[in-house]
Design a protein around this ligand. Sequence first.
Ligand code: BDR
Ligand code: CA
Length: 306
Amino acid sequence: MSKKPIIIDTDPGIDDAAALAIALFSEELDVRLITTVNGNVSLEKVTYNTLRLLKLFEKNISVAKGAERPLIEDPIDASNVHGETGMDGYEFEEPDNSLLLEEHAVTAMYKEIINSDKKITLLPIGPLTNIALLFRLYPEVKENIEEIVLMGGSSGRGNSSVMAEFNIHADPEAAKIVFSSGLPIVMAGLDVGLKALIYPEDSEQLKDMNKTGHMIYHLFKKYRGGSFNTGLKMYDSCAVAYLLKPELFETIDTYVDVELNGAMTKGATIVDFKGYLNKESNVRVCVDINAEEFKKWFIDSIQKCN
Ligand code: BDR
Ligand code: CA
């Protein structure tokens, strides 16, 4: 079976680190490019973190630096969840900076997509700034994109404000552009992310499994997306899991829009299950996950890493 070509847009991020590990060691995915975006911490830090991860994984994948701020809003961050560095808890080796492209993430994505013989799947697991800029600058790329499988949004309440999930809250205007792009979108948001939990006994299995498991164990000790003792939330791995094992998810196709005007609800995803807005479905929303099977898949996937 030929591998699925993907581009990962990310802001590592402890749960991003786990998602990247799984994607990079999967036999079914061909990661063509990794782009970085200001999100959990600054663009400089997330880019440095991406390069540090690639060094540990011993993977030569090109990295391109993207947006250093959201389109309109002031930046917010999630260093309270991931630590000041964005990946607190593990002593990484210094990275190989030769993997870092000179060109901007948007240019690098454009070239990769336009020149690809097969349609590319986009896997954004941070704020959607780079993807929105890509669609505005080079709308022609849409022709050669298979689908967008993203971590973001919620059909219920938020984790960054009362109603908004972090990746959408961090750049709501960008999210609006992406959700209205006309491309097939899969939304793996909080509906599943809050249930995709890794418990202490799972983390203990990772500890001496291999180099990647050891690193992830130490990051997990510092991660504040949930709690080490009562369950850590593997938000970003849900997007990778959807690509590799969609049968883990229950989905509903419906219309989703992004609230831009609410004084207290900006960045909320409006998931119109009941059709109040009379709009065609534009998103496949992951509404539930088989948490037990997800956990097994997660551990098996880390076992395949170096
Ligand atoms: C999302 O926000 C970030 O903190 C995580 O990396 C994930 O992408 C969860 O809301
Ligand atoms: Ca992320």
